[in-house]
Write a protein that binds this ligand. Sequence first.
Ligand SMILES: Nc1ncnc2c1ncn2[C@@H]1O[C@H](COP(=O)(O)OP(=O)(O)OP(=O)(O)O)[C@@H](O)[C@H]1O
Length: 254
Amino acid sequence: MIAVDQLSVTLGARQVLEDVSFNAPRGVVTGLLGPNGAGKTTALRALLGLVPEARGHVLLGGVDIRSQAAAERARQMAYLPQGGVVHWPVDVETLVTLGRHPHRTSLGRLTAEDRAAIKRAMAETDVLHLRDRPVTQLSGGERMRALLARALATEARVLLADEPVAALDPLHVLSVMTLFERLAAEGRTVVVVLHDLALAARFCRHLVLLDNGRVAASGKPADVLTPKHLAAVYGVRLVGDLGAAQFDFAIPPE
Ligand SMILES: Nc1ncnc2c1ncn2[C@@H]1O[C@H](COP(=O)(O)OP(=O)(O)OP(=O)(O)O)[C@@H](O)[C@H]1O
């Protein structure tokens, strides 16, 4: 669904991405991995067409994103940026409503479809009870969930999420990753930047491992998260099996 072909980005004097090629298929969650500074955020921003310095091609459903107007891209691709910073003291529901902006032809009244998408996104991220709270007064994890709700409210066919679970507690990590799995199973393309390798092994059926601006490995988790790759890219030794954690968490039944 997304095909990245020979993407290169030079920022200032620094080559941040070099001949990066990978696919993010529909129907599965793709994990974008790599150490700090490997180029993950730059790659996501280039997928969105937000890096003017980018060379190479990003195809969405076979169409080069450069041939699409920005408004069309905004309807097709939703983005959750890293860090969860919000400067305006707007309430959560107003923030989530911004996710509908690419669909709206005027700033007039919301349609029933808009309202349903906003409510669904807030329910899926467990922020309905926070809807009237100023975003600037939320905890880091609550704010990240509100920002995720904004991205989901767009109902784009592609979701790009940069470290979406870094600030979340174990239950919300599981519910957000499970939500990504479901969105992918429904036919969307979901790309998630993760640092938690065990989580990547568990929820991502496809992985792209970046190292110093290049693709070190891509494919199935078993082929990417090998002791050799982990040692070469992260400088860590794999102890045990990433797919067989000694203990685990699960979402309790209702
Ligand atoms: N505007 C810029 N000018 C010069 N170098 C930049 C610029 N933006 C990012 N970089 C560099 O590009 C490299 C990749 O940055 P990027 O944010 O894509 O990494 P990342 O893999 O997302 O890292 P992290 O895991 O720390 O979030 C880093 O070394 C960073 O310092």
